[in-house]
Write a protein that binds this ligand. Structure first.
Ligand code: DC
Length: 227
């Protein structure tokens, strides 16, 4: 089988990572969570008390980033390792949420991540999710999906995720934070969140993750038939 690349982009809470993990498990592809890479730089900057205006130090963290992802297990769970230590939960706190867009807007950080992301896609077939995968990181991807859902659905999902990690925030606050992060991700100068011209939009409102994965598998089959 030749190596394949599936790109999944879309706003926060659209269901990208849930979908991508199940899809990767089903196809036996590697799942690359590019948001986790920006989150990892953010986490390290917060842990080391590095001021976000100290661009050189942030770029240095990005350069040295030592991140790895496990293959999805039977439940679709993927472990993220930073310098060999599992940090899957630490990457998804409200504090990292709040700060990650600022780190992701630094052009030099994005350039470094772009190289690392392309490198990660070299060895295995991958499902890669993020904001600029179809438009910039993997423009040659075999299938590009743009995943969306309305703001309330997305905020409800994020609220539940935070709740399950012991962080209790009300829906309006989550909605406001999510909206703000999306605006920053869409309006930054360097590789903003956009739907690639050849991406197929898939909405996830009122669909189970399995239904979304089925839809994408059908699109993949069609793409393979079209050659
Ligand atoms: O998908 P996520 O919520 O884990 O992403 C975290 C942040 O990283 C998000 O606010 C936007 C940014 N990001 C990005 O700019 N480009 C990517 N390819 C992936 C994520």
């Amino acid at each position: 089988m030749s190596k394949k690349m599936i790109a999944i982009d879309g706003p926060s809470g659209a269901g990208k990572s849930t979908t991508a993990k199940i899809l990767a498990r089903r196809l036996n592809y590697k799942y690359i969570d590019t948001g986790a890479m920006y989150r990892a730089v953010t986490l390290q900057a917060l842990q080391k008390n590095i001021d976000f205006s100290a661009k050189k130090e942030i770029v240095n963290l990005a350069n040295k980033l030592d991140i790895d992802f496990s293959f999805p297990d039977a439940e679709g769970k993927v472990k993220v390792y930073l310098e060999g230590k599992e940090v899957s939960d630490e990457l998804r706190t409200a504090e990292v949420d709040k700060n990650v867009s600022e780190i992701a807007s630094i052009p030099k950080v994005r350039e470094i991540m772009l190289i690392k992301q392309r490198e990660l896609a070299k060895t295995d077939s991958v499902v890669m999710d993020g904001r600029d995968i179809g438009s910039r990181v993997l423009p040659e991807a075999d299938l590009k999906i743009y995943l969306t859902a309305n703001l309330t659905t997305r905020a409800e999902r994020r609220k539940e995720e935070l709740h399950n990690r012991g962080e209790k925030l009300d829906l309006e606050k989550v909605k406001c934070d999510l909206n703000e992060r999306d605006k920053k991700d869409q309006n930054r100068d360097h590789s903003p969140l956009t739907k690639a011209e050849d991406a197929i939009e898939v909405t996830t409102d009122n669909k189970t993750p399995q239904e979304v994965v089925e839809e994408i598998c059908r699109l993949l089959e069609e793409e393979e038939e079209d050659g």
